[in-house]
Design a protein around this ligand. Structure first.
Ligand code: IYR
Length: 224
């Protein structure tokens, strides 16, 4: 079989309309229980779970199927400590004013600050990288397309997969993030996209009321 050949769609599953409606409602009920949390337990989470969630992320639709993403999974205490040190150094500047008044004001309801203890507490921190060049197989060096869109979709799949498995998540974006290339040993052709913190929520985990305000359907969509 050649790459240009075609095969039948074999794994599509159709559901009767009532079941489809029920499934769509069930998925909404499940995903609306996902909240970004900032207090994680140090309870271990098996590598197998993270691997399956990464496999799910790797199925995301993307530009020319070059799959322009790379996930560096940080689990060792030493690496997590170094990551936290770098991230907190950047965040100190950000919260001291570099972020600008308008941005800092927008974050005020979340109650975030420059302390990121969860970068050491959570069992796994996934650094997501976006590859400017690549190809359908490892070792190919061609232009990648729709890189940000592709990596964003894959990250969405990853977050949904981790939530579905029963884990808490936090997207974290220390700014700037260039230190991640060296820390994770990734080439300059890759752009750090975000950090995904995952593990069990701690017993004290809270969510800001601000984060519970979800725009109603008629404000986020129109049937035209
Ligand atoms: N990166 C900082 C600031 C931050 C920015 C946004 I936009 C958020 O939604 C939340 C935080 C931090 O992680 O604290």
């Amino acid at each position: 079989m050649k790459d240009h050949d075609r095969i039948p769609l074999q794994d599509y599953t159709e559901f009767p309309p009532a079941e489809m409606a029920a499934r769509s409602a069930q998925f909404y009920a499940e995903i609306r229980r996902r909240h970004s949390i900032r207090s994680f337990s140090d309870r271990p989470v098996s590598r197998e779970v993270i691997e399956n969630c990464l496999r799910a992320a790797g199925t995301a639709p993307n530009g020319a199927n070059h799959q322009p993403w790379f996930f560096s999974v940080i689990g060792s205490p030493d690496m997590k400590k170094r990551l936290r040190e770098h991230a907190e150094a950047e965040e100190r500047n950000f919260y001291a004013g570099k972020g600008g008044a308008e941005w800092l004001d927008a974050l005020a309801p979340l109650g975030t600050d420059d302390r990121k203890p969860y970068l050491e507490t959570a069992p796994w921190i996934i650094a997501v990288f976006a590859q400017r060049r690549g190809g359908v197989r490892a070792g190919i060096d061609r232009q990648n397309y729709y890189v940000t869109e592709s990596v964003g979709i894959a990250t969405g799949f990853l977050i949904a997969a981790l939530h579905h498995a029963g884990l808490g998540t936090l997207t974290h974006t220390p700014k700037p993030m260039n230190f991640l290339n060296e820390l994770c040993g990734r080439p300059d052709s890759e752009r750090p996209f975000l950090l995904l913190v995952t593990g069990y929520p701690s017993a004290e985990a809270t969510i800001p009321v601000h984060a519970t305000i979800k725009k109603p359907l008629d404000e986020i969509a129109a049937f035209i």
